[in-house]
Design a protein around this ligand. Sequence first.
Ligand SMILES: [Zn+2]
Length: 479
Amino acid sequence: MGKKNKQFVEKITAMEDDFAQWYTDVVKQAELVDYGQVRGTMIIRPYGFAIWENIRDVLDKKFKETGHTNVAFPLFIPESLLQKEKDHVEGFAPEVAWVTHGGDEELVERLAVRPTSEVLFCDYYSKNIHSYRDLPKLYNQWGNVVRWEKTTRPFLRSSEFHWQEGHTAHATDEEASQETERMLGIYADVVEKYLAIPVLKGRKTDKEKFAGAKYTLTIESLMHDGKALQSGTSHHFGSGFAEAFDITYLDENGDSQFVHQTSWGLSTRIMGALIMVHGDNRGLVIPPRIAPTQAMIVPIAQHKEGVLDKAYDLRDQLKDLVRVDIDASDKMPGWKFNEYEMKGIPVRIEMGPKDIEKEQVVLVRRDTGEKEFVTLAELPTRLPALLEEVQTNLYNRAKAHLLEKTNVATNMDEFATILEEQTGFIKAMWCGDLACEEKIKEDTLATSRCIPFEQEKVADTCVCCGKKAKELVYWAKAY
Ligand SMILES: [Zn+2]
């Protein structure tokens, strides 16, 4: 052991002092990402990617259970193809990265690095859908896309990110509606049950909907600092893209019909939500159901005879029950405690000579820091139960925070006061006019997050103009 015990991991900024810096510190210290060479790009490191893989696996299973198959489409989109749907290209043009050369030769036509793949799927569908027998087409792809963002932050807004994008084609508008809702339901389910993040479900206003969509459904979550994060979206395209790309099929009567399409996506942005919903001043807190390591064994006084053997035995006993690992390195236990707290590992198992004598271990849960002594005999039932308790507590804690930070405003003075003093979601009635939505954004920087499925009438008049209100909207400052 060196004279200077470098026992403790580097400190991170307190979230109360500077939330943005806290976020950056955690992302770095917990070894989730490094910055790439090109501005706004990120290297997702092994621990970060292991978390994403667990999220991906849960989603992928649910996609397959609902009849979807995975495909892989190209990275490049010819400019002429991207321009086929007017609203779509207008929405994405400012963020497109272009390829102009192949080797030394200038290309005849510029190629967009895909910012999203609607047009590629549409082009394919126009050639491969002929009859009602070819429908529905239920495709998904896991991949990366590029959007040239001006201001970037790891996971939240990066020039390149990983995601899945589903693209489906249906015979009727009704079937496409059902698909749009089904996939939003899967997102909400996975984010709530696995990531322990409560969400609001609703529809985007026309201003905030996806470029080219008939409507967009969204799940919105609330971060620790009171800002909202759009966490997954599902779009109904109607037959807009089908008309632009001439995607038709012959129905049972032999008549030509346009298909009805959807697309839906969830990206590595959700990693940002995971960090900002559950994290604290000791670092990450990862919900057990998606934690790459659910329990970390830290041997105490491991130089003493028999300690390491017992610790390895324990690992072998538990490894079929939970995702367990052991740190038998020669670093000090204090260093290890800090390191695995930083990484958000849900439960730490301490085992030293005294514990071995008493045939017990110490369990320390990451979410509350509480310790408990558990006998080796009880451990195989207690540990999985404790992990479920941590999972439930994380969800309940986040839900309480969301409810506490959701307030009603009936006029713009109240709206501004809530934003200043409470942050969080503001429930307010809206007349449906774009002008009011734009004015609210201009005056307060809050945007409409969603028109919730669960509507309430908190007032009769629009929070902005005072005219007759049409519906309830959730507003917030957002990432
Ligand atoms: Zn209004």
